[in-house]
Design a protein around this ligand. Structure first.
Ligand SMILES: [Zn+2]
Length: 216
C-alpha cells in the first residue's frame, strides 16, 4: 500500500471531524488533570471513540483513567495500535501538549477506521489510552497489568513537538516507551534528540525520550 496515495483520503476524513477534534483538545487544555487523575480527558476521548463505533474498555489495566478501544473489520488482517496521552504537568498544565497528542492519536484511529470500512480492509485498530505519562509510567503498568500489546502487530503514537513540520517519532532505548514498543514491535533504534522537541518538552516530558526523534 502506498501511504502517500491514501493520505489525502485520510486527511479528508479528519477534516470532517475537525471542529469536534479541536474542541476536545481545547477542553482538555482548559481542564488540565495530572497523572492518573485525567477523569475528564479520558472521558472525552472515550466518548469520541464510542461515538464513532469503537468498543471501549474503561477502566483498564487497573487504572480508572486508562482505556482500550478497539475496532475490527472482517476477519484476519493486522492489528495496529495507537497510544493516546492526556495528562498534564503539575503546576503548568499542558506544557507538553498532551491535550493535542491524545486527540491526534484518536483522530488517526478514526480515519483509519473510516478508510478500512470504505475499502473493505480487514484488520483491527486499537487505541490505548495511557494515563500517567508524566512520571507515572502508565504504559508500563498497562503492560504489566493487562499485557496490553498482546496480539498487536505494531504500535505508535502522536506527540506534540515544536515547529510546524510534521514528524513521525520513535522510542529511544532505555525509556519506558522503548520497553513498551520493543515488546510489541521490533527493537527501537538509537534516538538523535537534537531534532524535534520544544524546550518545554525537553525539560518536562518523559515522552521526549521516545518522541524527540524525527523519522527520516
Ligand atoms: Zn509528553
Amino acid at each position: 500500500m502506498d501511504i502517500k496515495a491514501i493520505l489525502p483520503e485520510l486527511r479528508a476524513t479528519i477534516e470532517t471531524q475537525r471542529n469536534e477534534l479541536i474542541e476536545t483538545a481545547k477542553t482538555i487544555w482548559a481542564n488540565p488533570e495530572i497523572a492518573f487523575k485525567e477523569v475528564k480527558a479520558s472521558a472525552l476521548l472515550v466518548g469520541l471513540l464510542k461515538k464513532y463505533g469503537f468498543k471501549v474498555e474503561c477502566p483498564y489495566a487497573g487504572m480508572d483513567t486508562a482505556f482500550r478501544a478497539e475496532f475490527t473489520r472482517g476477519q484476519g488482517g493486522a492489528t495496529f495500535a495507537l497510544a493516546a496521552e492526556y495528562d498534564a504537568l503539575v503546576g503548568i498544565g499542558h506544557a507538553c501538549g498532551h491535550n493535542t497528542s491524545g486527540v491526534a492519536s484518536v483522530a488517526a484511529a478514526l480515519a483509519a477506521k473510516t478508510y478500512m470500512e470504505k475499502h473493505d480492509i480487514p484488520g483491527t485498530v486499537v487505541v490505548l489510552g495511557t494515563p500517567g505519562e508524566e512520571g507515572g509510567g502508565g504504559k508500563v503498568l498497562m503492560l504489566k497489568n493487562a499485557d496490553c500489546l498482546k496480539g498487536v502487530d505494531a504500535v505508535m503514537m502522536a506527540h506534540a513537538i515544536g515547529g510546524r513540520r510534521p514528524n513521525a517519532m520513535r522510542a529511544a532505548p532505555g525509556s519506558a516507551a522503548s520497553k513498551w514498543s520493543s515488546t510489541g514491535g521490533r527493537p527501537t533504534r538509537r534516538a538523535a534528540p537534537k531534532r524535534g522537541s520544544t524546550p518545554s518538552t525537553r525539560r518536562y516530558c518523559s515522552s521526549t525520550r521516545w518522541g524527540s526523534t524525527a523519522s527520516r
